[in-house]
Design a protein around this ligand. Structure first.
Ligand code: B12
Ligand code: SF4
Length: 541
């Protein structure tokens, strides 16, 4: 049986394509499970086929699917709906199945309005989907299978919820079949944030893979050439013992990787941070959401400002980039609460802050509240291309004011960025000194090469970068710091200084290609072509 799994495109183009280009982790789990059960599975990452109908046509003629599954987030549901229609028009008898968080909480709505969607798998897919395919293959009825929604005559039938997979390690390893860099060790969240559908979807009891399974996946992906990973758990640091085990295994198996994780400010401590840093963690994102306690409370965030401050100070002091998620346009948002957020950001000094306007998703308590207060039905989603922002439905907020809140936040943050970089302070733990150096030179490189030169006044980013490279070398020799300083000297036209720095760096790090290339370039600028060639010859020996 030929099964196609599709990750459909989003309606609205993204500035940051990395937010949508990776197919959902769950599709890799499902594809693997089905492949190991003997099905022919094709996973199509179609996040970008929106305006490319020829790709759809080619796929239709090449693949003769017996079943097509779509993975739906809220924001790509229209992409799924439209593609599903094209498939149905070509293959009227091929079942179309929708799954994922965006389909689960709008099952009835989707089935009612879009007759070409045949079945919706609600919730976690690993139990229900293979069982469904098996029944379809055997031409048997599936109306008693848990976890399904489908049409029965003119009504929509919903079977009871499926049991969740208790032992996550019993699932075959996606890394054995696919190549990806987003992975997670857990499912579930005990939180009660009003804007988040995760607890309802995955359950509030958290289930975990073992460290062995998780690092086993990393190892397979490492062998495929991956060196950077996103640990995409809702809260990676939920279980301390597991985090320590994972970090120990990464080091024991000598995986030379870096990774970013998501945590919670009330779920992190020094011991974990040190282990995480030494095992390659370079970034932790925390949902801070707001500087106003009343807004945090409104959003269901139970932690205190003290906990936020502590988590950021600790994380940064371990040489890990502490990233803050901020939501604005929240219930009760005002210029005063925005000032609170700016005040808090200036205290916790995140080097990166991600701002979101509050969206209202099905499956969240915010959405339920909106429905009960207004009597609105799910059909409201026929009018929204992707997301629905709270300010669009809450009369107490107005569009212009929310746009202004966003501008004020971003402006205040940009103004403070140089100060955040200058004030970096680290724990005085000698074992971590090389990691501090690594962090500082990484940040300096971002300042020098990333978005900052466009955000900061002219020259500020470069001056800061220089400061950080030098500070890095105060902690430990660091190839990136030598390279960066060499390039800065070169940019200033001081080739002799560049040569001295790069030579020093290359003596300490003879294998480093960046240093060698930069030195060759500098020698050429100095008119010493023969020495440049000699350097190249020596490296090829
Ligand atoms: C990792 C992650 C990301 C990564 C994406 C990595 C990736 N490619 O998967 C990044 C950081 C890029 C990201 C970005 C965003 N994310 Co996000 N993200 C998550 C997170 C934390 C984990 C997702 C995950 O991997 N789960 C584990 C895997 C195993 O599950 P899964 O992929 O959903 O698949 C299972 C089931 O859904 C189902 N299934 C899925 N597809 C299919 C298909 C078929 C046919 C079947 C039968 C079953 C099925 O079976 C699978 C196996 O059990 C979730 C929260 C959560 N815990 O789910 C939020 C979450 C999915 N994100 C969310 C949001 C809002 C976003 C953003 C829009 C944020 C923003 N404003 O920019 C962006 C945009 C991304 C987008 N695609 O729209 C929301 C989605 C809400 C919604 N209803 O759509 C969530 C639920 C968090 C929340 N606040 O509520 N995100
Ligand atoms: S936002 Fe994070 S902590 Fe809150 S419920 Fe969602 S996953 Fe849990």
């Amino acid at each position: 049986m030929n099964i196609i799994l599709i990750y459909p495109p989003f309606s609205i183009d993204r500035v940051h394509i990395e937010n949508i280009e990776a197919p959902p982790i769950g599709l890799h789990y499902l594809g693997t499970l089905l492949t190991e059960k003997g099905y022919d599975v094709e996973l199509l990452n179609w996040y970008d086929v929106k305006n490319m109908p020829h790709i759809v046509r080619e796929a239709l003629s090449a693949l003769r699917p017996d079943l097509v599954g779509f993975s739906i987030f809220h924001a790509n549901r229209w992409g799924g709906i439209q593609l599903a229609k094209i498939f149905k028009d070509h293959f009227p008898d091929v079942p179309i199945v929708f799954g994922g968080i965006g389909a689960t909480f709008l099952d009835e709505h989707l089935l009612r309005h879009f007759p070409w969607i045949d079945i919706i798998v609600r919730g976690e897919g690993e139990r229900t989907f293979p069982a469904l395919i098996h029944r379809i293959e055997a031409k048997k009825s599936f109306d008693d299978l848990p976890g399904l929604s489908f049409r029965a005559g003119s009504s929509i039938q919903r079977t009871r919820d499926a049991e969740r997979v208790e032992d996550l390690d019993s699932l075959p390893m996606p890394a054995a079949h696919y190549s990806f860099h987003h992975l997670s060790v857990s499912r579930g969240c005990p939180g009660k944030c009003s804007f988040c559908g995760s607890p309802k979807f995955w359950g509030s009891r958290v289930r975990f893979h073992s460290a062995d399974y998780f690092v086993g996946q990393l190892e397979l992906l490492y062998k495929k050439g991956h060196r950077f990973f996103h640990f995409s758990d809702d809260t990676f640091t939920m279980r301390k013992k597991l985090v320590l085990e994972i970090c120990a295994l990464i080091m024991e198996r000598k995986l030379d990787i870096t990774w970013a994780a998501i945590s919670r400010v009330d779920c992190i401590d020094q011991e974990m941070l040190k282990a995480m840093r030494m095992a390659g963690c370079i970034q932790i994102s925390f949902g801070v959401e707001s500087g106003s306690e009343s807004i945090r409370k409104e959003l269901g965030k139970t932690f205190s400002e003290e906990q936020i401050r502590r988590a950021f100070a600790l994380t940064i002091s371990h040489g890990i980039l502490a990233r803050a998620y901020i939501i604005y346009g929240c219930p009760g948002e005002s210029s005063e609460t925005i000032k609170d957020t700016i005040r808090l950001l200036r205290i916790i000094r995140p080097l990166v802050t991600i701002f979101h306007v509050l969206s209202v998703f099905p499956g969240t308590s915010l959405y339920e509240l909106f429905r009960s207060q207004t009597g609105a039905s799910d059909d409201i989603w026929l009018h929204y291309e992707e997301d629905m922002f709270l300010f669009e439905i809450d009369k107490r907020l107005n569009t212009d004011a929310v746009a202004q809140f966003g501008k004020s936040l971003k402006h205040a943050l940009n103004e403070s960025i140089p100060e955040f970089f200058r004030s970096l302070e680290f724990v005085k733990d000698k074992e971590l000194f090389p990691f501090h150096a690594d962090f500082l030179s990484r940040m300096a490189l971002t300042l020098d090469r990333g978005d900052y030169p466009h955000i900061l006044p002219q020259g500020v980013a470069q001056d800061l970068a220089r400061e950080l490279y030098c500070k890095a070398l105060d902690y430990a020799p660091d190839a990136r710091a030598y390279w960066g300083l060499g390039l800065l000297a070169h940019a200033e036209g001081d080739e002799r200084k560049a040569e001295a720095i790069l030579q020093e760096g290359l003596q300490l790090f003879p294998e480093d290609t960046n240093l060698a290339k930069a030195l060759v370039n500098t020698l050429r600028h100095l008119g010493r072509e023969e020495e440049a060639r000699e350097l190249i010859r020596n490296r090829h020996k």
